[in-house]
Design a protein around this ligand. Structure first.
Ligand code: SF4
Length: 342
């Protein structure tokens, strides 16, 4: 990881002047691709370039339909389970991370693997392993069934209990109230997570917190930007797929910040003209797995309807990058062939 993510003073829209001028767009910054998504998508492209098609990818590499379709056209094959990958092939694990059992399945199937798990998800996995080794009960705040939660839980299944929001807290039980820690999924709503933590602390006063934020910088920055525009926007359009946790959270954050309405769309073709009735200010943002081309499509669609005035609402500078998975430096085709002959 290089460089930093630095919150900057809010560039709040000069509401009155712009409103007098008529229709306007507030465009969130930062938005779209985070460092983990960028790395994962480039990893698939590089693997296709270096080793040729097909490259199998377990689950959607990132939660975005457009990205998945584009990579499919280049030769990636997306599968649900490792068992679907022919022996002697190359398989990549997605940015959301996998449980150790999945690595073992791939080894048993003699597959060459590339792990595109985001380093910030790996950080949470390591925390889970460490606290489990110290025999803590780990309360993992996250969404039931989300791939990242399944992967993290798989690191220490006997020590981890999932807490899916504040309403779940009443059912949580631990072995020893003096040895309890909470961790979280990286793409949650910051506010709702703190509400859950507050409820957990009431129940378990000795609960300890993770050594550093588990909700990643990209999730936090995109939520801060949407909060800054929410109260000024009659409508907030969030570009992102329905299975993208951080995108869904942006809709909730926009509504919580006072936006008149907010909708999640995969692209401009999903916008309903009726949403613009009586609207003069439209906020636009996108989830961490969304390529900018989709946002440009939305801005073009809005511009054709008179929303040409675009103001940036800037919440942070982002310059984080991650190096590509180290496996890409090896001859994986030769390794896969050797494995399948064993
Ligand atoms: S949203 Fe955060 S944790 Fe997820 S891939 Fe992006 S940087 Fe990594």
């Amino acid at each position: 990881m290089t460089a930093t993510s630095r919150p900057s003073p809010a560039a709040t829209p000069s509401g009155d002047a712009a409103r007098r001028a008529g229709k306007r767009v507030l465009l969130a910054a930062p938005r779209g691709y985070c460092a983990g998504v960028d790395r994962a998508v480039i990893a698939v492209e590089k693997a296709l370039e270096q080793y040729g098609a097909p490259i199998y990818v377990r689950h959607e590499i990132v939660h975005n339909k457009y990205v998945v379709r584009t990579l499919e056209k280049k030769g990636a094959i997306f599968v649900e389970e490792t068992a679907e990958v022919p022996e002697g092939s190359i398989v990549m694990f997605s940015a959301h991370g996998v449980a150790p059992v999945v690595h073992q399945e791939a080894a048993d199937r003699r597959l060459a693997t590339i792990d595109a798990t985001c380093p910030l998800v790996t950080k949470v996995h390591k925390e889970a392993v460490r606290f489990a080794e110290e025999d803590y009960d780990i309360l993992l705040i996250g969404h039931d069934g989300h791939e990242e939660v399944i992967g993290t839980s798989g690191e220490a299944p006997d020590h981890i209990t999932l807490v899916d929001g504040p309403d779940d807290v009443a059912h949580v039980e631990v072995r020893d109230e003096s040895k309890v820690v909470w961790l979280s999924q990286t793409t949650l709503s910051v506010d709702e997570t703190m509400e859950t933590v507050g409820a957990l602390k009431e129940k378990f006063p000795q609960l300890i917190s993770p050594p550093s934020d588990d909700i990643c910088y990209a999730t936090q920055n995109r939520q801060i930007a949407v909060k800054q525009m929410g109260a000024d926007a009659d409508l907030v359009i969030v570009v992102g797929s329905k299975n993208s946790s951080n995108s869904v959270r942006l809709v909730e954050v926009a509504l919580g910040a006072g936006a008149g309405a907010s909708h999640l769309v995969d692209g401009a073709d999903e916008i309903d003209e009726a949403w613009l009735d009586g609207v003069s200010t439209v906020g636009v943002t996108s989830g961490a797995s969304v390529p900018e081309i989709l946002v440009e499509g939305v801005l073009e669609w809005l511009s054709q309807r008179g929303f040409e005035d675009v103001e940036i609402v800037k919440a942070a500078e982002e310059s984080i990058t991650f190096s590509l998975p180290k496996e890409l430096r090896r001859d994986l085709r030769a390794e896969a062939a050797a494995l399948s002959e064993k």
